[in-house]
Write a new protein. Structure first.
Length: 608
């Protein structure tokens, strides 16, 4: 993986390809390249490292042609080198690919025995040589394309060109996202709608198993059974075509500051006259309530699901399981009847999450799947029975911030909607909670005004080797999220722990060099958390306290206190999250790391 762009136009295509790659830089990558078709042959340019290196080379020696493909690569098979970068070429075919070809070793040996000459360590390179072989055998390009796809095992999104045919792109997806776009004078294929921002008027989302031949005049699409099908074109999403930093230093900083607006947008979307309604998830309001809820997610989304487990079990008394998507499929889960499957994904394309949902779907008629996603046309959103859109807007920073807050806000509404149905909360109590969520909007703005204070605290992290985050109740997963943010963008080792668990091992790490961030809202076992704080402080730790307790009651002799507005059982996680995000951001700035595109990370993980 990571970013694919393909295009055919009436004019030179290089600028279109590079613009698409620039818009996908946020996804994270370690090499980039393009290939154009001209004069019955290919012209290609690839570079390891950031896209700027490729731009510099192409500025000196541009490629000319009306059709082409491009790719930003996040290394899976083979080191992030120039020769492993995409596109990959055979004697007659050029290819860009996201995903993993699981049977590439077998295919490589067979193709080499037939004369193929490989130049990389990647699994991808078998695709152009295999397509070339089938072209020679059949003489018909569509037959050759379908034969090629039938031999590939694993997941993929592929865009290919055939030498001597600059009028067509060969496109396919299985397990990795891919869409088409068109304008008056060009057609495109891309792995991300953001790649096409400002270039197309309409988009078409390919379904699982679709493959097609794309030209300026025709779009011939076939499903996985090779039946000719028609897929609907839709207007280009408006929000995808206007993304900039808005005067902030980084996308991450901008997205942290957008969080008050995100919560307000969620309330406007789902709450009217005191009633909560999810228009794309009717079963939440109509189906019999489940005997069990299973929540599956990855990374930051997994932490949001962990917070929701506390809320759901506290108010609804329904057993809730929370699983990492990457483990759920492989532990032979007992799915059972009368179960709701809730999955969370910012991109809606996370491979592990998507496969976990597919495993669950269709077991019994009284089971239901619900997706909380930020991209309404994503694979997860299209395949789930019900969808709740996060309304966070495009999130460009690789380290998720506003999507996490959006997930918490939407999950709170989800719990309140179910609490109303079960009678677990009265109408007055639900109204009070909705007012508390509305109050979060100005409270978040107030917290953001304290950024200078948190930046000052971050200054003490310049020489530390790591950090420990402690919390109890729903603030335990918030501690995990705070540690994850610090790891992702500052490259410091950080761990989040349930505060009461700290004595069972992690306390051995504590000395005067280790910062310990203690999350201690009044609502979550405050006295016990303060006891844990004293246990680490007495061993010399540098304690940073995040709390809503009165200033007069704050413990003495801590290194720093970050005060937040007082929040109840629902609200505290939203309020404690912002200082942790700001702390991670400013520590990363001090260390000079790449905040928006941290090393080794990708925004959307579309391979297992």
């Amino acid at each position: 993986m990571c970013g694919i762009i393909g295009a055919i136009a009436h004019q030179d295509i290089q600028a279109h390809l590079l613009d698409g790659l620039k818009r996908m830089e946020y996804r994270g990558y370690d090499s980039a390249g393009i290939c154009v078709a001209a004069n019955h042959t290919f012209a290609s340019c690839k570079q390891s490292g950031k896209l700027t290196k490729l731009l510099q080379v192409l500025d000196r020696a541009p490629l000319s042609g009306h059709s082409g493909i491009g790719h930003t690569r996040w290394a899976t098979h083979g080191a992030p080198t120039e020769y492993n970068a995409h596109p990959h070429l055979s004697d007659a075919v050029a290819v860009v690919h996201n995903g993993i070809i699981e049977n590439h070793d077998v295919l490589r040996q067979r193709l080499q025995s037939n004369g193929a000459q490989f130049a990389s360590e990647t699994d991808t390179e078998v695709v152009p040589w295999l397509f070339s072989q089938h072209i020679k055998e059949s003489g018909d390009l569509m037959t050759a394309w379908q034969s090629t796809l039938s031999e590939l095992q694993g997941s993929f999104a592929i865009v290919a060109m055939v030498a001597g045919d600059s009028e067509h792109l060969w496109v396919a997806r299985r397990g990795s996202p891919l869409l088409l776009g068109r304008s008056r004078d060009a057609v495109y294929a891309a792995s991300d709608v953001m790649a096409l921002a400002g270039m197309v008027d309409e988009v078409l989302y390919l379904e699982e198993g679709d493959h097609c031949c794309l030209s300026l005049l025709t779009t011939d699409i076939y499903d996985e059974k090779r039946n000719s099908v028609r897929r609907p074109w839709a207007p280009m999403p408006v929000e995808a075509s206007s993304v900039d930093k808005g005067g902030f230093r980084h996308y991450m900083e901008k997205e942290i500051h957008e969080q008050p607006r995100v919560v307000a947008d969620i309330l406007n979307a789902y709450v009217k006259d005191g009633d909560i309604h999810f228009p794309q998830a009717a079963f939440v309001h109509e189906a019999p309530l489940p005997a069990r809820i299973v929540m599956v997610a990855c990374g930051t989304s997994y932490h949001a699901a962990m917070v929701a487990r506390y809320w759901l079990e506290h108010y609804l008394q329904i057993p809730v399981e929370v699983d990492m998507a990457s483990e759920y499929r492989y532990r032979d889960p007992v799915i059972g009847p009368n179960t709701w499957f809730v999955t969370l994904s910012q991109s809606g394309e996370t491979a592990d999450t998507l496969e976990a949902m597919r495993l669950f779907s269709g077991h019994t008629p009284d089971n239901h799947t619900l997706a909380l996603v930020n991209v309404p046309h994503s694979s997860v959103a299209r395949e789930a029975e019900g969808v709740i859109e996060l309304h966070a807007g495009p999130e460009i920073g690789v380290a998720s911030t506003k999507a996490f807050t959006a997930q918490l806000a939407v999950l709170m509404l989800f719990v309140l909607a179910l609490a109303r149905r079960t009678g677990a909360m009265t109408a007055d109590e639900i109204g009070q909670q909705l007012e508390a969520l509305r109050a979060v909007v100005p409270q978040l703005r107030q917290l953001l005004q304290e950024e200078a204070r948190i930046e000052q605290i971050a200054g003490s992290f310049g020489d530390v080797r790591g950090a420990l985050f402690l919390g109890r109740g729903p603030c335990y997963p918030v501690a995990l999220e705070g540690a994850l943010k610090l790891k992702e963008i500052s490259y410091l080792h950080a761990e989040g722990y349930a505060a009461g668990e700290m004595k069972h091992g992690p306390i051995a790490l504590i000395d005067k060099e280790l910062p310990v961030i203690v999350i201690a809202p009044v609502s979550y076992h405050l006295e016990k958390v303060l006891s844990n704080l004293e246990e680490v402080r007495s061993r010399g730790a540098r304690v940073i306290l995040i709390t809503d307790m009165p200033e007069s009651k704050c413990p003495k002799h801590v290194e720093a206190v970050v005060r937040i507005p007082q929040g109840d059982f629902f609200i505290a996680p939203l309020l404690t999250t912002v200082p942790l995000q700001l702390l991670a951001y400013h520590v990363a700035r001090i260390k000079g790391t790449d905040v928006d595109q941290p090393r080794n990370l990708a925004k959307s993980v579309t391979v297992e």
